[in-house]
Design a protein around this ligand. Structure first.
Ligand code: S3P
Length: 471
C-alpha cells in the first residue's frame, strides 16, 4: 500500500466490508476480511466517449463453458473465453479434479472432457478467488457428482451467504459444511446419490437455480426449480448446446438426472455487464458516439438497455445475430442528457450486475431516480448499495440509500476520492463518474477489476476516458 493510498483509506470508511451487529443500541462492527489492494485509478474529467470497441468475454458463460466442457464426453473448443481471474479460477478447479485443459491463443480453450464419472477428489482445497458464480455452481455440480472437496475464496467470497445453495442441496441428500454463519469454506462430503427435488427459490438468483439444476443433472428423478422472477438462463441454454434436455416453462426450469453431455464448440460473446460502464458513460454525455461490438444480448441480461432507454438514452441495436444459442449484437450509443425515473422493479433481476453503473447514470440525470426491489445488491462482491452511496456521496452526489435501493437526485459531481472496497463493478462505475465530474476522481482498491475486465483502463482510454492506473 502506498502512503497516499493508506492516507486516503484512513479518510474513508469502507462500510460495505464491515458487518454491523446490533447489541442494545450500539452497532459493533466486524471487518469481513477484505485486504485492500494498492491499485487505484486516477480519472480526470472528460466530456465524451467516441469510437469503436469490444469488451472481454461474458463471465457467466465463460464459467459455464469450462464446467460443462469438463464433464462432457469428447473435446470441447471454447473461443472468446474471459481470461479474467474469476473464470481462470474455475478453469484451475477442473484441472485440480483431473481434467486436461489446454490454452490456445487469447480466449481459446480446449477441454478434454472426462464424462460424469471420472473426476477425482482434488489433493488440496479449491480456491475460487472472488467468484460467487464459481463457488455456487461448483457446489451443485460437485455435490451431484459426489466429488469430495473444500471450496474457499478471498475475504469477500468467504463472507457471502451460501445457505441459499447448501439448503436445497441438503434436501437432495448432499452433505455440505459451512461456517456457523453459512459462509465458505464449503466442505462437500461423501453422500449417497442425490435425489431430485422440486424447489421454489426464495430470491431471484441464477446462481441458486443453476446450482440446484447442476446437482439435478446427476440426481435420481426430475429436479424442478421455480423462480420468483426471470434470471439469466445461460445454464439452460448452454446445457442444451451440450445435448442435454432442459425444460423451461415460464419461471420454472427442470432437468431429468442421468443425462450425458456431448462435447461441442462454442463462442462466448462480449459481456453486456462489462459493456454497461461504456453504455452509461456514452449515454449520459452529449457529444458521445460509441459503438460497442459483439455484445451478448440474452434477453435475461438486457435490462440495462431498457432502463437507460427509459431514462432517455439513445441505444441502437445493430447486426443482431445468434451464436451458439445466444443472441449477439453491436450497440450504438449516442450521448444526451438523461432524465430521472422510478426504475421498474420487474427490470431489476434483468440488470442486477449493472446497478453500480446505473447509479452513476442516475447521478447524471435531471430530476430524481428511485431504485427499489434491489436488496440482492447488498450480498454481491460488496454491499453495492452502500459502496455506491458512500462513494458517490464522497464525489458530491445527492444520494440516499434505502434497504432495497436508493434515491438519487442528479447534479454535476465535484470529484474526490471514492473507495470501490475491492469490488470490480463499483471501481469501473466510479471511473465513469469522471464524465460528469468537474474535478478529478481517485478510485481506490481497483485490483479486482481483473476478475471480470482485464485491460479495462487501456480500453477505456482508447475511447476517451482520461484514466491512469497507479499501484
Ligand atoms: C450470475 C448470476 C448473478 C450475477 C453474477 C453472475 C451467474 O448472481 O450477479 O454476477 O453467472 O449465474 P445471482 O444469481 O446470485 O443474482
Amino acid at each position: 500500500m502506498t502512503s497516499r493510498h493508506a492516507q486516503a483509506s484512513c479518510l474513508l470508511v469502507c462500510s460495505a466490508n464491515i458487518r454491523g451487529i446490533f447489541i442494545g443500541k450500539f452497532i459493533v462492527t466486524q471487518a469481513a476480511g477484505h485486504t485492500p489492494s494498492s491499485k487505484s485509478f486516477i480519472v480526470s474529467p472528460g466530456s465524451n466517449l467516441r469510437g469503436q470497441m469490444t469488451v472481454p468475454g461474458d463471465k457467466s458463460m465463460s464459467h459455464r463453458s469450462i464446467m460443462f466442457g469438463a464433464i462432457a464426453e469428447g473435446v470441447t473448443e471454447v473461443s472468446g473465453f474471459l481470461e479474467g481471474e474469476d473464470s481462470l479460477y474455475t478453469l484451475a478447479a477442473f484441472q485440480a479434479v483431473g481434467v486436461r485443459i489446454e490454452r490456445g491463443g487469447p480466449g481459446e480453450v480446449s477441454l478434454h472432457g472426462l464424462g460424469i464419472d471420472a473426476l477425482k477428489a482434488p489433493s488440496s482445497d479449491i480456491y475460487l478467488g472472488n467468484s460467487g458464480t464459481g463457488m455456487r455452481l461448483l457446489t451443485g455440480l460437485f455435490a451431484g457428482l459426489r466429488v469430495p472437496c473444500t471450496l474457499t475464496g478471498d475475504g469477500s467470497l468467504n463472507g457471502r451467504p451460501m445457505r441459499r445453495v447448501t439448503d436445497p442441496l441438503a434436501q437432495m441428500g448432499a452433505h455440505i459444511g459451512t461456517t456457523d454463519t453459512g459462509t465458505p469454506p464449503l466442505v462437500i462430503g461423501q453422500s449417497e446419490k442425490l435425489q431430485a427435488i422440486e424447489y421454489t427459490c426464495p430470491m431471484a438468483s441464477a446462481q441458486v437455480k443453476s446450482s440446484v439444476l447442476l446437482a439435478g443433472l446427476h440426481a435420481n428423478g426430475k429436479t424442478v426449480v421455480h423462480e420468483p422472477a426471470i434470471t439469466r438462463d445461460h445454464t439452460e441454454r448452454m446445457l442444451r448446446g451440450f445435448g442435454v434436455d432442459v425444460s423451461v416453462s415460464g419461471l420454472t426450469s427442470s432437468i431429468v438426472g442421468g443425462q450425458a453431455l456431448t462435447a461441442t464448440s462454442l463462442r462466448v460473446p462480449g459481456d453486456i455487464s462489462s459493456s454497461a460502464f461504456f453504455l452509461v458513460g456514452a449515454a449520459m454525455t452529449p457529444g458521445s458516439e460509441l459503438l460497442v461490438k459483439g455484445v451478448g444480448m440474452n434477453p435475461s441480461r438486457t435490462g440495462v438497455i431498457d432502463i437507460l432507454r427509459l431514462m432517455g438514452a439513445s441505444i441502437e441495436v445493430e447486426n443482431l445475430h445468434e451464436t451458439g444459442g445466444e443472441p449477439v449484437a453491436d450497440l450504438r450509443v449516442t450521448g444526451s442528457q438523461l432524465k430521472g425515473i422510478a426504475v421498474p422493479e420487474e427490470l431489476v433481476s434483468l440488470a442486477i450486475d449493472e446497478f453500480p453503473a446505473l447509479f452513476v447514470a442516475a447521478a447524471s440525470a435531471t430530476g430524481t431516480t428511485v431504485i427499489s426491489g434491489a436488496e440482492e445488491l447488498r450480498v454481491k462482491e460488496t454491499d453495492r448499495i452502500q459502496v455506491m452511496a458512500d462513494g458517490l456521496r464522497a464525489l458530491g452526489a445527492d444520494i440516499s440509500d434505502t434497504p432495497d435501493g436508493a434515491v438519487i437526485v442528479g447534479k454535476r459531481l465535484a470529484g474526490g476520492i471514492a473507495d470501490s472496497c475491492g469490488d470490480h463493478r463499483t471501481a469501473m462505475s466510479f471511473a465513469m463518474a469522471s464524465m460528469i465530474s468537474d474535478g478529478p476522481i481517485t478510485v481506490l482498491d481497483c485490483a479486482n477489476v481483473n476478475t471480470s475486465f482485464p485491460g479495462f483502463a487501456q480500453i477505456a482510454a482508447a475511447v476517451g476516458l482520461n484514466i491512469e492506473e497507479r499501484e
